[in-house]
Design a protein around this ligand. Sequence first.
Ligand code: ZN
Length: 171
Amino acid sequence: MARGNDWAWCPTCRGRLAHVARGGRPRPTCAACGFVFFANPGVGAAAVVRNTAGRVLLVQRAPDQHGAGAWCFPCGFVEWGEDVRAAAAREAHEEARVEVTVGEVLQVASNFHDPEKPTVGIWFAAELVDPQATPVAGDDAVAVGWFDPSEPPPLAFPTDATLLARLARGG
Ligand SMILES: [Zn+2]
């Protein structure tokens, strides 16, 4: 169940919420003020950085992260009011300390690995501004590395595996 679907009290007027069907699904609804809670997925942005050897930049997730110890593309939630491409570049900088330019979309997919917080992920091709730059582990990461897409380390997210398999096939 999505976060918020079990709320008991209205966040607007503190009235009692009850589930009322709207658009075919029960939604927490406040009879007092009319507030309706629509649970929507979050949006995630990932940066797919490839070096001249065709290897991809992955980060190993820190112990307090979902999928701790496993690896993923630098990624994170798009902030409210933030451009989705800017979010991908920001995550590359925060997690791997590299400056990137963000290019084309490589994949869009729904993520259901965390039932409490479904997301829509958007994976962008990204290029190092300085091709000689050396990534280092930043926020939310304990290690970084370049990997052959056909031989990735243990992965945190199944949708990263889907994209890596496609990149390994040259797609
Ligand atoms: Zn209310």
